[in-house]
Write a protein that binds this ligand. Structure first.
Ligand SMILES: Cc1ncc(COP(=O)(O)O)c(C=O)c1O
Length: 382
């Protein structure tokens, strides 16, 4: 009997959620990736005020021109000359991604996706009838893809490559040379680049290197205020591109997804950009310290090797416990009161890894690491 659409039946809940749903309230949680900060107070006040001022209506589909103009200006160090026309507001990065998959991929075409991955990419491809081709970003290569792997996957049905940096789940990021190698690959095969840069303001020692400003016309950048201003629950993000023809298509699709973004909230985000522009750096400074703490602790544990990420809010250590999968290890750790995500939730290359989001205080990180250490010692001596 036919029940639901093939596309609904083809996708599954993500493994990160599965673990989260198993955990009680009293665990130390390195589970979900959301900053443990509140949005800047000026933005909360502006949100409230905008509602009182009657900003409770539809806006144009692409969003408030003043906000879009401001966002374009925030990119001027990468790319001069962009205006409100280059930006479309969305109801989150998640929404921006789905929009771009709908805008760029036909049924039967394929997209190259990083693996380990942010778990929405593959299902998004499925939802638009496309195929996902995964390229590995391995620990051995500091989580950076190899062009030879990409060359072996690309075919005449490949229309796009998605890259995410700093990465969820690995924390890996690109330097300029690595970015240019990816760019050359995309140019050679005439591919769209979907660049997921939602962690661009949470970087530690070096400035974020963007695809924006490289002059490539088939580039669509995804961004979000979820991480930049700790607004995960507000659901607001955007797509930015120098390609105005592509932006017209994006805006047309966005109308059918959500008509527009939230009216009052767009004023609040504008206020945050204008009055709390140093907020992301303040958070990044704290994340940097937590990152050092957790990396040092993990590297001192039996069977664990951990790279030190240059950005985002995750570590993705290799955790070797003989004869146990990453899911089994994560479940043992959960029994001892700590929630983390098994690497396998982010794709096959994630097997043998765990993901820890360091979105809790340094004291809680230290307490959590004590417990993880005890679990790993127990498992390794069993
Ligand atoms: C790599 C990456 N892209 C996009 C998103 C989507 O963010 P949001 O939908 O909250 O804007 C996330 C959220 O965790 C993410 O990690």
């Amino acid at each position: 009997m036919r029940t639901f659409s093939d596309r609904a039946l083809a996708i599954q809940p993500t493994g990160v959620r599965k673990m989260f749903d198993l955990a009680g309230d009293d665990v130390i949680s390195f589970g979900l990736g959301e900053p443990d900060f509140q949005p800047p107070l000026v933005a909360i006040n502006a949100f409230h005020q905008a509602m009182l001022d009657g900003r409770n209506k539809y806006t144009t589909t692409a969003g408030l021109p003043a906000l879009r103009e401001k966002i374009a200006q925030t990119w001027s160090s990468y790319q001069e000359g962009m205006t409100d026309q280059n930006v479309c507001m969305t109801m989150s990065g998640t929404n921006a991604l789905l929009n771009l998959f709908m805008t760029l991929i036909n049924p039967g075409e394929n997209i190259l996706l990083p693996e380990p991955y942010f778990p929405l990419y593959g299902p998004d491809a499925t939802l638009v009838g496309g195929e996902s081709k995964y390229y590995p970003c391995l620990f051995e290569n500091e989580f950076i893809p190899k062009i030879s792997d990409l060359e072996s996957l690309v075919d005449d049905k490949t229309v796009a490559i998605l890259y995410n940096f700093p990465s969820n789940p690995t924390g890996g990021t690109l330097d300029e040379t690595q970015r240019d190698d990816l760019l050359e690959f995309a140019k050679k095969h005439d591919l769209w680049i979907i660049s997921d840069e939602v962690y661009d303001r949470i970087v530690f020692d070096e400035e974020h290197v963007s695809f924006m400003g490289t002059g490539y016309d088939k580039l669509m950048v995804v961004n979000s205020f979820s991480k930049t201003f700790a607004m995960t629950g507000w659901r607001i993000g955007y797509i930015i591109s120098t390609n105005l023809e592509a932006m017209k298509q994006v805006i047309k699709i966005q109308y059918y997804i959500s008509a527009c973004s939230n009216d009052a909230m767009q004023y609040a985000v504008l206020e945050a950009i204008e009055k709390a522009n140093d907020y992301p750096s303040m958070m990044a400074e704290e994340f940097k310290q937590r990152c050092s703490l957790i990396v040092d602790r993990l590297n001192s544990m039996p069977g664990v090797q951990c790279h030190k990420p240059k950005g985002a809010i995750y570590v993705f250590p290799k955790v070797n416990v003989p004869n146990m999968t990453s899911e089994e290890v994560a479940l043992e750790i959960l029994k001892d009161g700590v929630l983390c995500s098994p690497g396998s939730a982010f794709g096959p290359s994630g097997e043998g890894h765990l993901r820890f989001a360091y979105t809790i205080s340094q004291e809680d990180i230290a307490r959590g690491m004590d417990k993880v250490e005890a679990t790993l010692k127990r498992l390794n001596s069993a």
